[in-house]
Write a protein that binds this ligand. Structure first.
Ligand SMILES: [Zn+2]
Length: 203
């Protein structure tokens, strides 16, 4: 038989306290998350807000299955003629044809052949832009298109590309290359407020 003794009352109080704690926690979590994203929420009008997930630290890795960094962000010895000595991004080794996914949700702002970057796709979300360089000339997205984080937006391009007018980049055999590159890889440039930042700080 259940009796209201001191022990049962204490137990009921304790359970109620835990329940209230859980309910208030569930209520406040979305508020905290919104606060964290407030600085990024200025341009939500053209976005699908249900897929809105951009934040400081949960960008998606651009090359599923390939994580070897062959050239880090920052100062370096130029690996090939025309490549920079202050590396604006990171190079990730991956074979030609490997999938490249959007690291955050956003709008495609550029597709084309961009000098040392070779064939490039650029996308934007508020004050962040990211460029994917040395990709395949067969573009999978077009300018103005909105893509979700994790969507396949390109594939890693070949080392050599042909038919680009006035392409100054060549390999040691004199064959034209996909920008300043020594072999298939993804070059990723992430910019915050127009300044290149180390992408590795955002995964
Ligand atoms: Zn690079």
């Amino acid at each position: 038989m259940f009796k209201f003794n001191f022990f049962s009352i204490s137990l009921i109080s304790f359970i109620s306290f835990i329940l209230i704690l859980i309910i208030s926690f569930c209520f406040f979590i979305p508020i905290f998350q919104n606060d964290a994203n407030i600085f990024l929420s200025a341009d939500l009008s053209n976005m699908n807000s249900s897929n809105y997930t951009l934040s400081f630290s949960n960008f998606v890795w651009p090359t599923p299955g390939y994580t070897t960094i062959t050239s880090p962000f920052g100062r370096r010895v130029s690996p090939t003629s025309g490549a920079s000595t202050n590396h604006s991004g990171i190079d990730i080794a991956a074979p030609t044809g490997s999938n490249i996914v959007a690291i955050f949700s956003g709008t495609i702002t550029y597709t084309g052949f961009s000098g040392a970057g070779g064939y490039t796709v650029t996308m934007k979300n508020n004050n962040y832009t990211v460029s994917f360089c040395h990709i395949s000339p067969t573009f999978l997205v077009c300018v103005g298109q909105y893509v979700n984080k994790g969507d396949i937006i390109a594939t890693v391009g070949p080392k050599n590309v042909y038919g680009v007018p006035n392409n100054p980049y060549k390999d040691s055999n004199g064959n034209p290359t996909n920008g300043a590159t020594t072999g298939p890889h993804l070059h990723l440039t992430l910019k915050k407020d127009g300044r290149a930042v180390n992408p590795l700080d955002y995964f």
